[in-house]
Design a protein around this ligand. Structure first.
Ligand SMILES: [Mg+2]
Length: 230
């Protein structure tokens, strides 16, 4: 039986995609970027694709946090002929100010936390930036559900590195066999938990059933299905 639950934050509890999109939409309007792009969707598509590539490179240790923060906003501007690093830095700052104030959660997130918190010490295990992740928890008023918040910058390793999970186990004085990890990223959360020897619940709302090529201990298409597992 499990005694401890580790859980990812972005796109598992906090709807990163929706919140990022609405933050960027606001900046797109205030910075009048519509003068340079066909529409917001065009801007967002260019941004999102490059952002994903950069997070992958950051996760592998190829680029710094600073390079990631600049390049993801500079790239879309360059695509429309604006090579303005200062503007990109300003947009990046506005984005990081706006984003953590957004409060859209994944469906059933509160139901899941209400169910789990009285039964298990809950620990967030996230690769997000420290200054951003704590503000998200505060904005959504969900801090009280968690015994620990483990972020890669403090743990000194990024998921899927097993050291971030070992760091979280140490904080809880928990063993591998009594702990389960819930997350939406197969590579970061599920492979990561497997690297550390933990059982896993793979949350993926975008597929109908557990994809056979992505094995996990359990699969949940919707967060409310986890109530039947734990
Ligand atoms: Mg995630």
């Amino acid at each position: 039986m499990y005694k401890y639950v580790f859980i990812d934050l972005d796109d598992t509890i906090w709807d990163f995609h929706a919140n990022a999109k609405s933050s960027l939409h606001e900046i797109f309007e205030t910075r009048k970027l519509y003068n340079h792009f066909d529409n917001f969707d065009q801007y967002f598509e260019i941004y999102a694709k490059r952002n994903l590539e950069l997070w992958d490179q950051y996760g592998k240790g190829f680029i710094t946090k600073e390079a990631l923060s600049l390049e993801r906003f500079l790239h879309p501007l360059k695509m429309v002929g604006i090579d303005d690093a200062e503007l990109a830095i300003a947009i990046g700052k506005e984005y990081l100010d706006l984003l953590p104030t957004r409060t859209t959660l994944i469906p059933y997130a509160i139901e899941l936390l209400d169910y789990l918190a009285p039964k298990y010490p809950l620990t967030i295990v996230s690769n997000g930036f420290i200054e951003v992740q704590y503000r998200k928890l505060k904005s959504c008023q969900i801090e009280q559900y968690f015994s620990h918040v483990v972020l890669s910058e403090a743990a000194g390793a990024l998921k899927p590195d097993k050291r971030i999970f070992e760091y979280a186990l140490g904080l809880n004085e928990a063993t591998v066999s009594e702990t389960i990890m819930i997350g939406d990223s197969y590579e970061a959360d599920i492979i990561g938990a497997q690297n550390a020897g933990l059982d896993q619940i793979y949350f993926n709302p975008n597929v109908a059933a557990s994809p056979t090529n992505f094995p996990a201990t359990y699969f949940a298409k919707s967060l409310d299905q986890i109530l039947a597992i734990l």
